[in-house]
Design a protein around this ligand. Structure first.
Ligand code: ADP
Ligand code: MG
Length: 212
């Protein structure tokens, strides 16, 4: 996996030296974010994924995570063409989708539908999300959340949908939560360009995984 955000990056280290992170354990990570334990009810999410951050700070629907505190821009990472901002939010703590749960089945079905629609509509997010909103087989509350997501997409630049099953989580009451539905194309492209410069063009993306 390529990590656009790395714990040993000088920009990230500067942020992690802040009081907010003292004594906090890293409990999750993906391509764009580091997630730290912040007590029984909350986590701190440090992310370079601007479209997802913008969506999270505005999200209202119950199928999106609840944000407890928005710290805004807390630092930056230097990549290829410049400095890219790092955003920090304190958000509700969620659970991995329990195996065999209704939430997991729903997330799996939804991610497949998004994948099918992505192929059918050649990555056009408006058509993809429009299909989900209009799909009577999808529970109405989820369709409402996807409609809200489509609204946020209208004001985002350089993003792609990223609704694979790993980007869904659940609340203790079993409710499905869409955690991380977008990805930032611009930071991805800049990280890849960075790696190409360092390691040469022959390197395949799979070979670019760097220890963190
Ligand atoms: N609210 C949360 N509560 C608990 N763990 C979380 C939460 N959000 C994310 N995580 C953990 O962190 C991982 C990465 O989070 P994600 O939002 O998908 O980041 P990325 O932008 O890197 O894909 C998730 O797979 C999950 O294990
Ligand atoms: Mg993710």
């Amino acid at each position: 996996m390529i990590h656009v955000i790395r714990t040993n990056d000088p920009g990230v280290r500067k942020v992690l030296a802040r009081d907010a992170f003292k004594g906090k354990n890293l409990i999750g990570r993906g391509t764009y974010s580091l997630v730290y334990d912040a007590g029984a009810r909350s986590v701190l999410k440090l992310t370079i994924d601007e479209p997802t951050y913008n969506m999270l700070r505005n999200a209202k629907h119950r199928h999106f995570p609840r944000i407890r505190l928005d710290y805004g821009v807390v630092g930056s990472i230097a990549m290829n063409q410049g400095e890219f901002p790092l955003f920090l939010v304190k958000m509700e703590r969620l659970l991995k989708l329990p195996n065999g749960s209704k939430a997991k089945r729903l997330a799996t079905a939804l991610s497949r539908k998004v994948l099918d629609a992505t192929v059918r509509h050649r990555f056009c997010w408006r058509l993809i999300l429009g299909d989900i909103v209009g799909d009577k087989a999808v529970p109405q509350s989820i369709r409402g959340a996807v409609k809200e997501l489509a609204g946020y997409c209208e004001s985002q630049l350089h993003f792609q949908l990223d609704m694979h099953v790993g980007n869904f989580m659940a609340r203790a009451n079993g409710e499905l939560v869409i955690v991380d539905p977008l990805m930032d194309r611009r930071v991805w492209d800049n990280r890849l360009e960075d790696e190409r410069r360092r390691f040469g063009n022959s390197q395949s993306p799979q070979g670019l995984s760097v220890a963190t």
